[in-house]
Design a protein around this ligand. Structure first.
Ligand SMILES: Nc1nc2c(ncn2[C@@H]2O[C@H](COP(=O)(O)OP(=O)(O)O)[C@@H](O)[C@H]2O)c(=O)[nH]1
Ligand SMILES: [Mg+2]
Length: 252
């Protein structure tokens, strides 16, 4: 699964993309694979972005809204897959330029304590060791704030965030908050995010949708080191023919 996407480069501004293009890119999401254990995950050579959050935080709704597809959450809801890491490929014309990883929601009350602990370990191991991991989106219902498990996860990834891993606290269901509450929740989340950032999101009101799509695109397409006479780095890597779409699994 290789393509010509540049490896992440620190310190360079990312190329920009407008909201519509970013949403078009998100819409290319397709199911890649599912894994119950870390060692079953394929090696990925493009940027991988993980979605994490306690159950009911609005993760499935967010992924569906961003990708403008209902089948993706369906893929994650198939019996036996709810505790799996589900990967989705992104990229036009069969070229994969990024992968989304949907991690199991944690903290679900009906799950036994031992299962919770096991999953916490799998998740933390994933977040700490996964080499293709480029960014983390931590979804949080701002009416509840960060839970103990969210805090533990934040603590675990902090060294990687300090090392350049992208990190976003996404405050979901923003439509449930007044303007003043949104502003307050956002400033708290910005502090909690450390070196990362925080944004408001509402699937219902389509708030923040384009902004998140653009951010994920920038995370996945860091600027290449400037080279004399190089083509404009802001141009999205969209192939003009379908001739090189061969090696990509087209599972749905
Ligand atoms: N008002 C509102 N409700 C939302 C929003 N996003 C999700 N929800 C609701 O929150 C609940 C949990 O959402 P879901 O996506 O299943 O959460 P998950 O467990 O994190 O995947 C569902 O009842 C959703 O309809 C939103 O933007 N606004
Ligand atoms: Mg869900």
């Amino acid at each position: 699964m290789t393509n010509s996407s540049p490896a992440p480069v620190a310190g360079k501004p990312s190329p920009s993309i407008d909201g519509k293009l970013a949403m078009g890119w998100m819409h290319t999401a397709r199911f890649l694979t599912t894994a119950a254990q870390l060692h079953h995950l394929p090696t990925i050579e493009v940027p991988e972005i993980a979605f994490v959050g306690r159950s009911n935080a609005g993760k499935s709704t967010c992924i569906n809204t961003l990708t403008q597809q209902k089948q993706l959450a369906f893929a994650s809801k198939k019996p036996g897959r709810t505790q799996h890491i589900n990967l989705f490929s992104l990229g036009r014309q069969g070229l994969t330029d990024a992968v989304l990883a949907d991690l199991p929601g944690y903290g679900y009350a009906a799950v036994s304590r031992s299962d919770k602990i096991r999953w916490q370990q799998v998740m933390v191991n994933y977040l700490i060791t996964r080499s293709s991991l480029t960014g983390i989106v931590l979804l949080c219902d701002p009416r509840l704030g960060l839970t103990e498990l969210d805090e533990a996860l934040l603590e675990a990834v902090r060294p990687r965030v300090e090392d350049g891993l992208k990190f976003l606290i996404l405050l979901t269901k923003a439509d449930k908050l007044t303007r003043a509450e949104q502003t307050k929740a956002l400033s708290i989340a910005r502090l909690q995010a450390g070196g990362g950032e925080a944004m408001l999101f509402s699937a219902l009101k389509k708030q923040g949708v384009d902004d998140v799509a653009q951010l994920l695109w920038r995370w996945s397409h860091p600027a290449e080191p400037a080279a004399a006479g190089a083509p404009d780095a802001a141009t999205p890597a969209v192939p003009s023919t379908t001739s090189d779409s061969a090696d990509e699994p087209q599972a749905n």
